[in-house]
Design a protein around this ligand. Structure first.
Ligand code: FAD
Length: 484
C-alpha cells in the first residue's frame, strides 16, 4: 500500500453547492455562513503564503452544529478545512483555490466548560484562545503549562490538532502530553465523547492520540480536557551570553543538574536573529550587549523568589567563572522577565517584517545540535555566499528554527522561488544525517507534504494512509494536507 489517499470528488456542481449553502444557512443561521465580502482573515494564512478561495466560512456555536455541518458536507461531497486561530505555519488551515471547500471556524466555541482543581484538569472548547485558557486556570491558582508566541490568537483545538510545542516542553511536554481527553466530531458527523479526566485508562486503543497532531485530517476536535499544574511560587528569568552552541549545551546540562524539574525554559538565539529584532523593533530593551549566541533560561520555583534567584546566581556565577558563559543578567522583576521573553518572541515577527525566508522547524538530539548547525551553516554559506542564517529555538528539547534569509540587498521572494527546494534538501538531509526530524512542532500541512515521503519510513506512511482511509473514507477532511 502506498502513502497516497483517496481525494474527494471536488464537491458537487454549482446547483449542488447552492443547495449545500442553503442547508448550512438553515442549520446555522444566515449570519454564521459567510460567502461574500473580504474573507481574507480565513482564506489567507499567517505567513501570507497560501491564499485560497472558500465556498463558505461557517461558524458553528456548539458541537451539535459542528456535527450537522459535517453531515451536510458529506451529503454534498464538499470538503472541510477546520480552522482555529489561523496561526499555523505550514499551510494547513486555509482552503485551496477551488472555491468548493468549506472553512469550519471553531472561533465561536470558546467556552471554558469546567475546571476541576482537585483533579488538576480543565475542560475547554476547541475555539478557546490559548491565552484565555491560561488565564482561566490562573484565576484558580493553577497553571496550564503550554506557552507559545502565538498564544494570544491560537486556539486549544489548533494546538492539539498540530501537537504544538512551545517554550516549556522540556519540563511539561507538548500539547499531546497535556491532553487527557477529547471530544471529536468524526467525518460522518458522529460525536465521540472522550472527555475523560483520567490519568489511567487502559481500555483499548487510545483514540485521542490519533486525533492529536492529525492537522484536521481525521476529525474535528470540539473540546478537550487538559492537565493543569499548581502555580509555582516564583518564575524567574535570566539571559546569558555564550560564545558558541557547545557552550549553550554545556550550560543546559549544568542548569538541568542544578535546577532539576525547576528548569522550565531554555531558549537559544544566534546574533543574526537578534540583529533582526534590533533592526525592526529598535525600542525593545536589551538585557546584554550582542554576543555570538544568547540563552534565555526560565526557572519555576516552588519555594519562592529569593530561593529562585539564589539558584540562578549560583548557576550563572559558576558558569561565568568556568568560561561557559561570558555575561549574564537575571531579571529583577516581572517587567524585566517579560521584556526578555518579548525579545525572544519578537524574532518570528522581525523575520516576517524582513520578508520571505526559508523556514525549517527541525529537531535533532540536543547533543548533536552544535555539529548539525556547524555542518549546515558551512554548507549553506558555501552554496549561497552572503546568505543570512537565522537560528533560534527551544534548545532544551532539541528543537531549532533554522531559517534561511536571502543575502542583504537581494530580492527575498526571488531567492525563495529559485532556491527553496534545494535549501530544504540540504537542510533535511543534514537533519537525517544527525538523527533528527524535519518537523519538530509545526506539523506537515502543505509545506512539507511532498518531502515527507523522502524522510519518513514507507511502512509508517502506509499505516497513516490506512488510518486516514478508515476514519475519512471519502477524503473530505482537510484533503491534501499531511498526506498527498
Ligand atoms: P490553525 O492555524 O487554525 O490550524 C492549524 C491546523 O490545525 C490546521 O491543519 C487546521 O486544519 C487544524 N485545526 C485547527 N483547529 C482544529 C480543530 N478544532 N479540529 C481539528 N483540526 C483543527 N507552534 C508551536 O508548536 N510552537 C511554537 O513555539 C510556535 N510559535 C509560533 C509563533 C508565531 C508568531 C506563530 C504565528 C505561530 C507559532 N506556532 C508555534 C504555530 C502555531 O501557532 C501553532 O501551530 C498553533 O498550535 C496553531 O493553532 P491555531 O488555532 O492557530 O490553528
Amino acid at each position: 500500500m502506498s502513502g497516497e489517499v483517496a481525494t474527494p470528488a471536488g464537491g458537487a456542481d454549482a446547483a449542488g453547492r447552492a443547495a449545500l449553502l442553503e442547508a448550512l444557512r438553515a442549520a446555522l443561521g444566515d449570519a454564521q455562513v459567510l460567502c461574500d465580502g473580504d474573507l481574507s482573515a480565513w482564506e489567507l494564512d499567517w505567513r501570507r503564503r497560501w491564499r485560497g478561495k472558500a465556498l463558505a466560512v461557517v461558524r458553528p456555536a456548539d458541537t451539535a452544529q459542528v456535527a450537522e455541518v459535517l453531515r451536510l458536507c458529506r451529503r454534498h461531497g464538499a470538503s472541510i478545512v477546520p480552522q482555529g486561530g489561523n496561526t499555523g505555519l505550514v499551510g494547513g488551515s486555509t482552503p485551496d483555490d477551488s472555491g468548493t471547500q468549506v472553512v469550519l471556524s471553531l472561533a465561536r466555541m470558546n467556552r471554558v466548560r469546567a475546571i476541576d482543581p482537585a483533579n488538576l484538569t480543565m475542560t475547554v472548547e476547541a475555539g478557546c484562545v490559548l491565552q484565555a485558557a491560561q488565564e482561566a486556570a490562573q484565576a484558580q491558582g493553577l497553571l496550564l503549562p503550554l506557552s507559545l508566541a502565538a498564544e494570544g490568537s491560537c486556539t486549544v483545538g489548533g494546538n492539539l490538532a498540530t501537537n504544538a510545542g512551545g517554550t516549556q516542553v522540556l519540563r511539561y511536554g507538548s500539547a499531546r502530553d497535556l491532553c487527557l481527553g477529547l471530544e471529536v466530531v468524526t467525518a460522518d458527523g458522529e460525536v465521540w465523547d472522550g472527555l475523560a479526566g483520567l490519568r489511567k485508562d487502559n481500555t483499548g486503543y487510545d483514540l485521542r492520540h490519533l486525533f492529536i497532531g492529525s492537522e484536521g485530517t481525521l476529525g474535528v476536535i470540539t473540546a478537550a480536557t487538559l492537565k493543569l499544574q499548581p502555580q509555582p511560587a516564583a518564575i524567574t528569568t535570566a539571559w546569558a551570553a555564550v560564545p558558541d552552541l557547545d557552550a549553550a549545551v554545556a550550560l543546559l546540562q549544568r542548569a538541568q543538574a542544578r535546577l532539576g524539574a525547576g528548569l522550565t525554559g531554555f531558549e537559544v538565539m544566534n546574533d543574526a536573529s537578534l540583529a533582526l529584532v534590533r533592526r525592526h523593533f529598535p525600542a525593545l530593551p536589551k538585557p546584554l550587549p550582542p554576543s555570538p549566541w544568547a540563552v534565555l533560561l526560565e526557572q519555576s520555583d516552588t519555594e519562592g523568589e529569593s530561593h529562585a534567584r539564589t539558584l540562578f546566581e549560583d548557576l550563572l556565577g559558576a558558569a561565568l567563572e568556568d568560561g561557559v558563559i561570558s555575561d549574564a543578567a537575571v531579571a529583577e522583576n516581572l517587567e524585566q522577565s517579560r521584556a526578555m521573553w518579548h525579545l525572544r518572541e519578537s524574532i518570528p515577527l522581525a523575520q516576517a517584517e524582513e520578508g520571505p525566508n526559508v523556514k525549517h522547524d527541525i529537531s535533532v538530539p540536543v547533543s548533536r545540535i552544535p555539529a548539525f548547525v556547524a555542518a549546515t551553516d558551512a554548507a549553506l554559506s558555501a552554496a549561497y555566499p552572503g546568505v543570512c542564517l537565522i537560528d533560534f529555538g527551544h534548545l532544551g528539547d532539541g528543537n531549532l528554527h533554522y531559517n534561511v534569509q536571502a543575502p542583504a540587498g537581494a530580492d527575498g521572494a526571488a531567492f525563495l522561488r529559485e532556491h527553496e527546494k534545494a535549501i530544504n534538501r540540504q537542510v533535511y538531509d543534514a537533519v537525517r544525517a544527525h538523527g533528527g526530524s524535519i518537523s519538530a512542532e509545526h506539523g506537515i500541512g502543505l509545506l512539507k507534504r511532498d518531502v515527507l515521503p523522502d524522510y519518513k519510513s514507507p511502512v509508517a506512511l502506509a499505516l497513516m494512509a490506512r488510518i486516514k482511509q478508515a476514519l475519512d473514507p471519502q477524503g473530505l477532511l482537510n484533503p491534501g494536507r499531511v498526506l498527498r
